[in-house]
Structure formats: C-alpha cells, structure tokens
Design a protein around this ligand. Structure first.
Ligand code: 3EB
Length: 331
C-alpha cells in the first residue's frame, strides 16, 4: 500500500507545480507557480535554507483550478486547497473586522461554488497582530469579522469550526490558506482546554472560531490536522516566565489531543504518535529556538520532522505555539 496522504516539505516551489498548492515560509522564492501559493512574511530558522514550503499534493483524480478576487484554489476529487489575501487599497485594513469578514465571505463563496463545503483547516496570518488601532487589539478585531462570517454562512460556529492557527507577521496583508472537502471532518476538542469558541470575554468581544484538531477520513488515509497549540490550560496561559515549561505544556496538550484522535480510529488501526507528526513551531523570540529544540528532543527523540519560524503568537505572554499534521493508512 502506498504511503498515507500527507503534506510534503519542499525547499523549492517547482516540485509543487502539479500539487493543490503550497504555503511558503521564510524569504520569498524568486520564481512562481500557477498553483495556489501563499508566501508568509516570517523568518525561517534553518541552517540549510532561507525558505521552505508546505506542499499539499493532489490525492485522487484530476485537478481543477479556480480564482476569486485576491485568491486561488485547486481541488481534485478528495480535497480543496485555497489561498486568499486582503487586496483592498491600503488603509482599508484599518477596518479589520470588515476586512476579515470579507475574506471569509470569499472563502465560503469558494466552498459553495465547488461543493467542497466542509472546512477542515485554516491558516490565518495577520500583520501587527498586537496593534490596537481604535483601542482593540487587531487579533480581537480579526475574531469579530471571522465569527460574523461563520454566523452568516454556516450553522453555529462551533459546529463548523475547522482546525486553525492565527499568527502575527511583520508586514504584508491579512493572509489566509485553507483546506476543505466533501466529507465532514471529525472535530476534536482538548479535555485539558476550554473550547476556544467558549473562551470568556476577557479574551475579546467575540471568541475565536476554531476546533483543536480535525480528523479527516480520506480515501486511503486518515489525515489529522492539529491547530496551533499553546501553553494554555483551561483558558489561561501557563508558565509565563519559561519557554521550556511552555513547550512541555504544549506537549501535554498535544498528547491529550492524540488520545482524543486515536479514540476515534477503528480498533484495528494504528494510532497517531507524537514522534511521527509533522511539526511547525512558531517562536516569538529568535533566542528561544534552541531551548525549544532541546525540550522537543528530550521528549520526542532525534529525527523529528519539524521546522521553526518566527512569528507573534496571538497572546502577548505566549512564547511558542506548535501545530502539527499526522497521517495514517486507512483500510
Ligand atoms: C489558543 O489556543 C492559542 O484564532 O484561529 C491557536 C489556534 C490560537 C488558532 C485562531 C488561535 C487560533 O487560543 C491561539
């Protein structure tokens, strides 16, 4: 049997030309592809390369491509990958709730037009995430618009919430990548954490709309899409003074999530293991990379499939956030 479906890490964009699309981190590539393509302006920590991409290959059947203002998407028979960037004239983004709602409106337009109506995963990148124009932090403004779009297009947001991440970039505009499909994902929550869509109002007037992970049955694979995971227990940030302790708390959160995922697999299936996921690690301070690396090596061993990028995690006190993808064969 062939390897289960999973994203490919690429150090050039050309190998993804026939894929569904890619998200690129680090220095922007010098060339381009017609596949949906998001270049996220955040530095990559890697001694081998200045930039690196996560390519979502085609899984099954012929590939179809489409466009909407500010975005592109491709799908095959099994999954759809798309990207959207806020393109309105400069200054408009001051109206961040409206801008993020408009971007998500367009996302739902794509889903409805293609019939890939189940949203599995979103990646949200937002410049100056901690800025407070008009007295409300930009991340919180973004949440207002995102939640309004979910409310307008779907059932109550928690019933539709995809896995997600939301990170601060240094420049550029609001960017969004997404994965969707024709099958409903199994949405997972973390028993150690309050669901983000039930966070108390202390974290903003409208709560973030995401699930802790989604588990997707693809034709021959289980695909596990784990949201950005931080050192949060209940709804509170933990270990404000220690990036090592935050990293360990994240591993406890990821471990709890894997238990939830594995409980949903058939009994004769292999389980997801922490040491076999593909990781992206968002680090607030460049000087913390080695401490985080050491902690992960101690807990999960050598040879982890992981790369580190510099980004602002959406609560000021959080120093690191980890997202992951898992895949297993499905009979
Ligand atoms: C948290 O758990 C940390 O707003 O889409 C993680 C994943 C976080 C996704 C989002 C935010 C988001 O609340 C931050």
């Amino acid at each position: 049997m062939s390897a289960p479906y999973h994203p490919r890490t690429v150090d050039r964009i050309e190998p993804c030309a026939d894929g569904l699309g890619l998200i690129w981190y680090g220095s922007p590539p010098k060339t381009s592809v017609s596949a949906p393509f998001l270049s996220v302006p955040i530095p990559l920590f890697d001694h081998r390369s200045h930039g690196l991409g996560e390519c979502w290959p085609s899984a099954q059947g012929a590939v179809t491509q489409g466009e909407v203002p500010g975005g592109r998407y491709r799908h095959d028979d099994a999954l759809l990958f798309g990207v959207l960037e806020h393109t309105d004239p400069a200054g408009q983004e001051d109206q961040l709730p409206a801008a993020s709602q408009a971007l998500y409106d367009r996302l739902f337009t794509v889903l409805n037009a293609t019939g890939f109506v189940h949203l599995w995963r979103t990646w949200n990148y937002l410049p100056d995430i901690h800025g407070e124009p008009g007295g409300l932090e930009r991340y919180r403004q973004f949440n207002i618009g995102r939640q309004a779009a979910y409310a307008a297009h779907t059932l109550p947001s928690e019933q539709q919430a995809p896995a997600a991440c939301a990170l601060g970039t240094r420049r550029g505009s609001l960017q969004l990548a997404f994965l969707a499909g024709k099958v409903e994902p199994i949405r997972l929550e973390n028993p150690r954490q309050i669901s983000a869509y039930h966070y108390p109002r202390d974290y903003g007037p409208k709560s973030p709309t995401f699930s802790r992970a989604t588990l997707v049955p693809l034709p021959h694979s289980w695909l596990l899409l784990i949201s950005g995971t931080a050192s949060i227990v209940g709804h509170e940030s933990r270990h404000l003074d220690s990036v090592r302790a935050q990293t360990r708390e994240i591993l406890a959160n990821l471990s709890a999530l894997l238990s939830e995922a594995n409980a949903r697999l058939p009994e004769d299936s292999l389980g997801f293991r922490l040491s076999q996921l593909q990781y992206r690690i968002y680090v607030r301070h460049a000087g913390d990379v080695e401490k985080i690396q050491r902690e992960l090596r101690v807990c999960l061993g050598e040879g982890l499939d992981a790369h580190y990028v510099q980004a602002d995690v959406c609560r000021q006190e959080l120093l690191v956030e980890i997202e992951a993808t898992g895949s297993l064969p499905r009979s």
